[in-house]
Design a protein around this ligand. Sequence first.
Ligand code: FPP
Length: 249
Amino acid sequence: MNSSTSSSIHTDLDVAKLPLHVAVIMDGNGRWAKQRLFNRIKGHEKGVQTVREIVRTSREIGIAHLTLYAFSTENWQRPKYEIDALMALLVKFLKSEKKEMMDKNIRLNAIGQIERLPKNVQQELDKIMVLTKKNSGMQLNLALSYGGRWEIVQMVRRIALKVKDGQIDADLITPEIVSKHLCTNSIPDPDLLIRTSGEMRISNFLLWQIAYTEIYVTDTLWPDFTKDEFLSIIKTYQQRERRFGGVGE
Ligand code: FPP
């Protein structure tokens, strides 16, 4: 597709029905590399280019929250060389995007077991989170060493402690109180979840938050995912009827 087709999809979007929060499971970097007889790291490197394009496009069209699953709690089981490469790519990405995040008014936020990340990654994240704290154009949430079950366990622990201390009455625990004790406490639930590379799984991502999220799975591998496909998925989302368990119109 050329850029004029892309901008026509862009103008086709119904601004009033934009998803407030788009979450993405970026999958298929390894397969993309394998298909080309490359090392898996090459797939991740190409994947970072897609990250740039999708962040830029989300900001351009007015998405308020973009959450990217960049490293799961299970990803620690990967070979050390791959983990090291992913962490190095992350630091490189953060350093190179700092200026654009400021220019485009993007706020960076990290969710997950941040204390498990290498010190240099934590420092870079901290630096940019402080720098971009007041930005209000879009919030980019990077899920790092993130797992939905870990998040639920830490939420249960935090609420249990408050019940023990008498700060919360166990009989009055509501879904809102649960949401407030998750690491996404200030972020609305995702309206749209996109998964690339065709796998029909959630892979421990935002388990509580996706209760009524619209899911879209594409066969495209993450390094091949484009702005045009992203825009066309958003268009498809806008055509879906969301009933939230009700009967609709
Ligand atoms: C899944 O592909 C992808 C990941 C585990 C990491 C995602 C990371 C990036 C896109 C790059 C770094 C991120 C940022 C934000 C700079 P896979 O390796 O599981 O692919 P496969 O299933 O085909 O093996």
